[in-house]
Design a protein around this ligand. Structure first.
Ligand code: HEC
Ligand code: HEC
Ligand code: HEC
Ligand code: HEC
Length: 458
């Protein structure tokens, strides 16, 4: 009798433990697997003010209200049906998907797109990283990288949050029926040198500033202790028009370097060859990445005469082209069965382009320019969506080309052979430096003289 009671008590304890939030089973991102009260909106993140402020302007916060997304998803729905549109919205509002509210309109938290409590309740991956394949425990326990969280709410350590696989759950998009890799940012990273070096997405996209790699010291919340592994929830990317503008511009400027090689003397009327080399020096994936059949990164090469007249020499776009079932291209992502072409630049690799240009018959010199530009979407799509679509100059370089050796020598005597700004600047720095040194020398000389005079007088 006694033993039976204690077995019953034991069973009860086990059942209670199983029912307690910390031990509840994880669920996949599927309609009907959660209710909105399993998540809190960002306005409920009390002491994390700076993190909320960093996240708010991000594309994550706008994912399900982004007019560019809504424009494309409406096209997807019209051309490929409701089910495709629901697939699209899975990543752009995963909470909307789980709560049977794909458009993210029934609750504040679903309308917040990729929000705090979605990411921080992820417990694992449901298969290989892709297509929102996450497991989640919507029990209000926050999961992140802190091994000793001291929070007024349930919080626990999660190794997954420190990995690129976590981001890969959404940043690998495979076609839902034929598996074509529509977006492969995670896969591109996984086969890059950054993966070998242990530099993950978080190190570049959640650091204290664009171009800074890795965590910084700080506090997880306003009343928390100082820690040395703190990240920002800024998720800075390349969307200058709709995302955090200044930070996105700054990040884009860290991505590439550019080099131009041209003969310095080309006789008037003759044709010469120059090469432009672009290196993906700062992005931990292909350049560009993500929605690369839509993104526009292009190299523009042109010449400028002394009178300011510009002659276009060449232009080239770096992107992917999707192929349809009948072999036609380009097609929309929902119609894609494969990749027709992909000429983007892999991480730490370079693209080399050759261009021909003609030295005008009447010119003594020209300057050749190579400029790498980025724009989130084609102007036509931006107009349809009603959003700003600024062009960002990522990097540029230039070189002077002379019609004769004499013209080149004359220019170098004047110190103007190199047209790049930094070189011009360094000449001025040297001149200014020399003037300063002379001035200081003259002043100290005068002072010494004066003190000698005083000594003599004294
Ligand atoms: C896209 C997913 C994602 C979203 C959205 C997100 N976080 Fe995070 N958060 C992370 C990851 C990943 C880490 C851990 C980074 C690491 O260690 O590499 C983290 C770390 C944290 C930490 C630990 C302290 C720190 O700053 O490093 C806190 C607190 C936090 N997030 C709160 C928030 C709040 C509040 C929001 C909403 C305003 C938010 N997070 C939005 C993924 C996310
Ligand atoms: C639940 C899905 C989801 C997860 C998890 C996720 N992202 Fe995103 N992310 C998105 C979506 C969707 C967008 C695009 C939103 C838009 O532009 O409408 C995006 C956009 C971004 C952008 C901005 C791109 C730009 O053009 O400016 C960056 C950067 C980014 N994510 C980084 C990360 C990092 C780093 C992680 C991991 C810590 C992560 N994301 C995890 C879904 C996700
Ligand atoms: C070494 C730093 C570095 C790492 C690691 C890195 N990124 Fe990036 N990322 C950049 C830079 C720089 C840019 C801006 C240039 C560009 O658009 O590719 C960028 C751009 C992006 C964009 C916007 C692309 C566009 O044009 O719309 C997304 C999305 C993104 N990264 C996601 C990720 C994810 C997810 C990971 C991890 C799997 C990751 N990044 C790893 C540096 C990094
Ligand atoms: C598995 C997750 C996922 C799915 C599913 C998904 N997306 Fe996205 N989407 C993303 C990510 C991540 C980005 C950011 C990539 C980048 O910055 O280039 C993005 C960006 C976009 C953007 C760019 C928004 C902007 O402001 O520039 C559009 C448009 C878009 N997606 C449309 C769609 C459509 C249409 C579908 C369905 C056919 C879809 N997405 C399905 C993850 C997803």
């Amino acid at each position: 009798m006694r033993t039976r009671i204690s077995i019953a008590a034991l069973l009860l304890m086990v059942l209670l433990a199983l029912a307690s939030p910390a031990l509840a089973a994880s669920v996949a991102v599927q309609p009907g697997n959660a209710t909105a009260d399993g998540f809190l909106p960002s306005t409920g993140c009390g002491c994390h003010g700076p993190l909320v402020a960093a996240w708010s302007p991000s594309m994550h916060a706008q994912a399900i209200v982004d007019p560019v997304f809504l424009t494309k998803v409406a096209e997807a729905q019209a051309e490929a049906g409701e089910e495709t549109a629901i697939f699209c919205k899975r990543c752009h509002s995963p909470i909307g998907n789980m709560t049977g509210d794909s458009d993210g309109v029934a609750s504040e938290v679903a309308g917040e797109g990729v929000t705090c409590m979605f990411c921080h309740q992820v417990t694992g991956l449901d298969g290989e990283p892709a297509n929102t394949g996450f497991l989640l425990q919507p029990d209000l326990t926050r999961r992140a990288q802190l091994t000793d969280p001291a929070a007024p709410h349930p919080a626990t350590y999660s190794e997954l949050h420190t990995t690129a696989e976590f981001c890969g759950g959404c940043h690998n998009v495979d076609h839902p029926t034929n598996g074509t890799h529509l977006e492969s940012t995670y896969a591109e990273w996984a086969s890059s040198p950054y993966a070998d070096e242990g530099i993950v997405c978080q190190d570049c996209h959640m650091s204290s500033a664009p171009g800074v790699i890795g965590p910084s010291t700080g506090t997880a919340c306003s009343t928390g202790k100082e820690r040395d592994n703190i990240f920002s929830m800024s998720f800075v990317g390349a969307n200058v028009g709709q995302g955090p503008s200044d930070a996105s511009t700054a990040l884009l400027k860290t991505a590439a370097s550019i080099e131009l090689q041209s003969p310095e003397v080309v006789s008037a009327g003759s044709v010469a060859t120059m090469t432009v080399t672009i290196t993906n020096k700062g992005a931990g994936h292909y350049l560009p990445t993500g929605l690369t059949e839509v993104r526009e990164m292009w190299l523009s090469v042109y010449a400028k005469g002394v009178d300011g007249a510009i002659t276009q020499i060449g232009e080239r776009l770096f992107h992917t082209v999707m192929k349809g079932a009948d072999g036609s291209f380009p097609v929309e992502m929902w119609d894609a069965v494969g990749i027709q072409s992909d000429d983007r630049i892999p991480p730490r690799e370079s693209a080399r382009e050759e261009y021909f240009f003609e030295m005008p018959a009447d010119a003594e010199s020209i300057t050749v320019f190579a400029v790498l530009n980025y724009r989130s979407v084609p102007d036509e799509l931006a107009e349809k969506a009603g959003v700003e679509n600024p062009t960002t100059e990522m990097v540029s370089t230039s070189q002077a080309v002379f019609a004769t050796q004499g013209a080149k020598d004359a220019a170098s005597a004047e110190g103007t052979t190199d047209a790049t700004d930094t070189q011009g600047l360094s000449i001025w720095v040297v001149v200014l430096g020399a003037v300063l040194v002379l001035a200081v020398a003259a002043l100290t000389g005068a002072k010494i003289l004066a003190s000698h005079k005083r000594l003599k007088q004294g």
